[in-house]
Design a protein around this ligand. Structure first.
Ligand code: OGA
Ligand code: NI
Length: 358
């Protein structure tokens, strides 16, 4: 895979551009009018609608036991209709969530020299990055990130995680353990919501692939012309997103509008990825989302990805394929699938749609 060995152009850190104090952004960050925050279809709206907020207090490890069905139903409904919800009383300590954000904010505020030690390449994406796709001349997003693995253990190495701030690795370990547990509960709820045995989706995942992308969106002098992250659906299983409470940025597509998510303090934003859309034979939907940036405040987010084993074919779960509802997608491994976004960068929902049976 030689074509994935290096970036096509020298990497410029968005944070350096922001820190330079320039009042205009370079042309390669300027989106075509239809993709700008206010432009084209779907139009931005000020409607007072928002993604569902779901209380997970009744959803213990033994998911089906305590919940009378109401929590599972709320989750399943949200994943069918919105592909997104915010979770409160999710069992992860708010203190840990705060610490995790703070160590990562600390990392992005280190000197550029320190951060550059972790510069990533398109071969693995692990480390400090500033673009996703590898197409020469692509229009870029206004954000830097750090990508790392938790599982499988053969991909996890503390040496690939920042050594600074000094508490980052321990905090990150703790965060990974707690979020993995939360994802297992969520996957059980999603299984039950499909009428399947609680462990059915976990079985389909085989082994867990767990990774994280910490996004850092610096202040932007011309936020109306660009995006922090272009419209995309997440390629994997489920995503558990932790955002800054005090600044908005994430927008979720709902029919022909973009809905701005108003973060509930101490909540997680949870969404379905393409692999769950495929496994559920399109009962659950992976929904497009994008990130706006702003002139007044930087923003940090932590996207925790819970994925299937990467080298087994993933297709609709057999029990969900019937004469009335035939399989909608071709099986494909996640490794093969995610090459698309890694080559082309975020491209809305075009990828999962391309997998539809003819
Ligand atoms: C992502 C993502 C949203 C955000 O990293 O896939 O959608 O608010 N992030 O940063
Ligand atoms: Ni995403």
């Amino acid at each position: 895979m030689d074509y994935l060995r290096d970036w096509p152009e020298p990497i410029v850190r968005v944070q350096s551009l922001s820190d330079s104090g320039a009042q205009t952004i370079p042309g390669r960050y300027i989106k075509p009018p239809s993709e700008r925050p206010s432009g084209g279809t779907p139009a931005a709206t000020g409607e007072d609608v928002s993604i569902p907020v779901i209380d997970l207090a009744m959803l213990d490890d033994d998911v089906g036991a305590r919940d009378d069905g109401a929590t599972v139903k709320a989750i399943a409904d949200a994943c069918r209709v919105w592909g997104f919800f915010q979770a409160v009383n999710h069992g992860v300590s708010p203190a840990l969530m705060r610490r995790a954000r703070e160590v990562w904010r600390g990392f992005f505020h280190l000197s550029m020299e320190e951060k550059q030690r972790y510069a990533n390449s398109p071969k693995t994406y692990e480390g400090y990055g500033s673009r996703l796709g590898i197409e020469r001349g692509a229009i870029l997003d206004w954000g830097d990130y750090y990508f790392l693995h938790f599982l499988p253990l053969c991909l996890m190495s503390h040496h690939k995680w920042p050594a600074m701030p000094p508490t980052l690795r321990d905090t990150n370990d703790e965060y990974g353990v707690e979020l993995t547990k939360l994802c297992r509960r969520l996957l059980k709820a999603l299984s039950i919501g499909l009428g399947l045995q609680p462990n059915r989706l976990l079985q389909a995942f085989d082994e867990e692939g767990v990774c994280m992308r910490v996004n850092f969106y610096p202040k932007c002098p011309q936020p109306d012309l660009t995006l922090g992250l272009s419209a995309h659906s997440d390629p994997g299983g489920i995503t558990v997103l932790l955002v800054d409470d005090h600044v908005t940025g994430l927008q979720v597509r709902r029919n022909d509008s973009w809905i701005t998510v108003k973060p509930v303090p101490d909540a997680f934003i949870i969404n379905v990825g393409d692999q769950i859309q495929v496994l559920s034979n399109a009962t659950y939907r992976s929904v497009e989302h994008r990130v706006m940036v702003n002139a007044a405040a930087e923003r940090l987010s932590m996207a925790f990805f819970y994925n299937p084993k990467s080298d087994i074919p993933i297709g609709p779960v057999a029990e969900l394929v019937t004469a009335e509802r035939p399989a909608l997608y071709q099986p494909m491994t996640f490794d093969e699938y995610r090459l698309f976004i890694r080559k082309k960068g975020p491209r809305g929902k075009s990828q999962v749609e391309s997998r539809r049976m003819a």
